[in-house]
Design a protein around this ligand. Structure first.
Ligand code: SAH
Length: 387
């Protein structure tokens, strides 16, 4: 395993003990696991609604859509197959972190169930469905075009700047690593590379791909099976996706490649540690993007780079009781210069999609901003210069 978990930093509140936090973490883990376990029931229930509607059709109308029911049966088969993959993913997941004996025990699981007998929310179930699509994005041939649009520009930017050094001496951090493909690609080139990810849905799935799938295209999922609308061909909904499109064993066990679970802003406090911080669809996950940018500036080695590509679809925007600072790119740019970054490269309108079904009748894409910002070798922020 290449996965470790960072213990949450203690809150300043007097009553928070490590024990309480541990317990909260275990309960959170249990809730995520139970959302995956709920997948089959949840998905079949949705499918059932279609069956109920179909049954209400007149015989004449039924005859006009012969094969409709067969397709619903096909959808059911795909859901059941996805669930088998999910079960594989959950197998032994309590041992996924190298530095933690077990992140959940049966008693934790029982307690979590009792404390919170509410079934997983729609939002939690969306995360499960998205996880299947993220596997497509990062680890399938079907996701190649999407990956090339997002990952190639940032890889190119890193390689042109740091490519002449001995790769193993170059330390690259990828916060918000998702399913881990970008981290993997840097590791494949020999860089010392660490991914950081906060979502257990993502971590469970990427742990499965990276540590348990060995052969190319040995697994199948049906990531589009929940998309009942905007299908051109009937069979588009039940189209299979094979993964992984590359054997994870292509990165040897000697590679310096790791994934750390936890909140980026809490974990990365050591200044001057990384040659490059590479963010793709990540900066806008911040409650406070100013804090993210300051953290990144601080942890970069002088002369190091922040390489970013993404939109500004602030994740916490408009959510009740959640802090959310929603800066325009214009403002983000000013903040970066103010912190001391030098903007070396900037490109607008980089068209990227995110877990997009390429055959869907509905397509959406982002006009991303891509930039390279450098932490200067010696600090000359414009304040120093003008004074
Ligand atoms: N870079 C990946 C994933 C982008 S989605 C890709 O391009 O596919 C943004 C990711 O950041 C999500 O997986 C989310 O769980 C993660 N994330 C959000 N806030 C985070 C934080 N504070 N620390 C670490 N990861 C975080």
């Amino acid at each position: 395993s290449r996965f470790t978990t960072a213990d949450k930093m203690a809150d300043s509140g007097e009553h928070t003990t490590q024990e309480l936090e541990d317990r909260e973490e275990r309960e959170h883990f249990a809730r995520v696991v139970s959302s995956f376990k709920f997948y089959k029931m949840y998905s079949l229930r949705r499918l059932h609604m279609n069956k109920v509607s179909y049954v209400q059709l007149s015989d004449q109308h039924k005859n006009r859509v012969m094969g409709y029911m067969d397709n619903l049966e096909m959808i059911q088969t795909c859901i059941l197959h996805n669930y088998e993959v999910i079960k594989l993913m959950l197998q032994d997941c309590q041992y996924m972190f190298l530095n933690k004996e077990e992140c959940i025990t049966d008693t934790d699981f029982e307690r979590a169930k009792k404390l919170d007998c509410a079934p997983p929310t729609g939002e939690e179930m969306d995360k499960v469905k998205t996880t299947l699509k993220q596997i497509m994005r990062d680890w399938s041939e079907d996701g190649r075009a999407e990956r090339e649009a997002c990952y190639q520009p940032v890889m190119h930017a890193v390689l042109t700047r740091l490519g002449s050094r001995k790769p193993s001496d170059v330390k690259i951090l990828v916060p918000g690593a998702g399913m881990g493909r970008l981290v993997f690609e840097f590791a494949r080139l020999g860089y010392s590379c660490q991914g950081n990810e906060w979502s257990l849905h993502m971590l469970l799935a990427s742990n499965f791909v990276l540590n348990r799938c060995q052969e190319r295209n040995s697994m199948i999922i049906y990531p589009w099976v929940h998309q009942y609308t905007n299908n051109l061909a009937t069979k588009d909904q039940t189209r299979r996706v094979m993964f992984p499109d590359i054997s994870p064993l292509q990165v040897g066990s000697d590679a310096d490649f790791s994934m750390v679970a936890g909140d980026f802003t809490k974990i990365y406090t050591e200044p001057n540690s990384w040659n490059a911080v590479v963010t793709v669809f990540f900066l806008d996950t911040a409650h406070n993007i100013i804090e993210y940018l300051e953290t990144i500036y601080s942890i970069l080695i002088p002369g190091g780079y922040l390489v970013n590509l993404g939109p500004l679809l602030y994740h916490w925007a408009g959510q009740q009781n959640e802090m959310s600072i929603e800066l325009s790119y214009e403002e983000v740019r000013k903040v970066m210069l103010d912190i001391g970054f030098e903007i070396e490269k900037e490109e607008m309108n980089v068209r990227c999609s995110y877990v997009q079904n390429p055959l869907s009748l509905m397509q959406s894409y982002y006009n991303c901003v891509m930039f390279v910002a450098k932490k200067p070798l010696s600090r000359h922020s414009h304040h120093d210069v003008s004074s």
